[in-house]
Structures are given as structure tokens and as C-alpha cells.
Design a protein. Sequence first.
Length: 179
Amino acid sequence: MAEIYSSSLRDKMNSLAREHGNKDPNLVYSELAKLPGLEIIEERDTKTDQTNYRCAEYAFKVRMGLEWTKTDQNKFWIDANEYLTRQRFTEVEDPQNGDLIAYAAHTIDEAYPIFDDQDFWTFERRREAKPPYIKHVGVWENGKVISKFNEGHVFKHKLDLVPTSFGNVVHFYRRNTQN
């Protein structure tokens, strides 16, 4: 587990999302790609992309070839440990190529802040969620993380170059591929 800290780049990532996110998500991802340290691996168009998958499906299904159902998706964000245990992942100190990188919040309040206009799904998640409160995942490759930012592009980035909304705690998990 590692702690990552706020930086001007991480803050800029959040401000771009707040400024453009609801209007034009594609603009957010294009602007993020201009920041130093982010490299687009796979460009996506949120308006025309029919697959519309997010970071966990990209990490587990696309990169690792694991089963990833709608049930897995719903359960993972509420109780990540249950899914990770079932898929034979264990937490490790130092990542190696192919390891899962999981960004998490320290507390439930950081993970799912309460807003007056919050949807029911977020209230349910707050009620049922168990630590670690994972917000984003990627896969370690040659000293960088490959991850899909929401429905947008797939980026290669340094471990500490994600929006602060993805959390400040990083967990490393390795899958035991032997039976």
C-alpha cells in the first residue's frame, strides 16, 4: 500500500472534470491528454463508443482476461475484497508487471461524499460499502499504470498521476494463477 499526495497536476485533472465533465466528457479526456505524464494508449469517444465500459472492466476483463459480469461490477465497488479473494488476488508490497493497481479513499465520506442531489445508487453504496473504498483500478506495466479513465481514453501514467477524486491510497494486488 502507498499514499499519494495532492499536486497541481492532480488538482488540474479535477478542475477539468468539474469544468467540462457534464457538458462534453470527450473534451475532458482530450484536455487531460495534454497534461505532462499522461500518454493515450487507446482513444475512446464517449458519444459513439458502443461498449462504454469503465476502468474495472478494462483492467479485469480486457487486460487480465477475467470474467466480469454485471453482478461482479456491482459487488466489486461495494466489497472489493470479496471479488479479489474469489479471483485469487492477494495484496503485495511492490507491484510487478500485470499486477492490479487499486486507488482508494481513506474513508467512506471521502469515497462517496453526500450531496443534496445525490442519486439513490450512491446512497446504497454508502450504506453497504466495505473498505478498502476503491475508486479506480489499473494494471502495472513497466513502472507505469495503464488505466481507463471512466468511459474515456485508456492512459499510461505514473502511479501518482490520477485525479484526487480517485483517492489518495494505492493498493497493489497480484493474482495467484496456480490452482
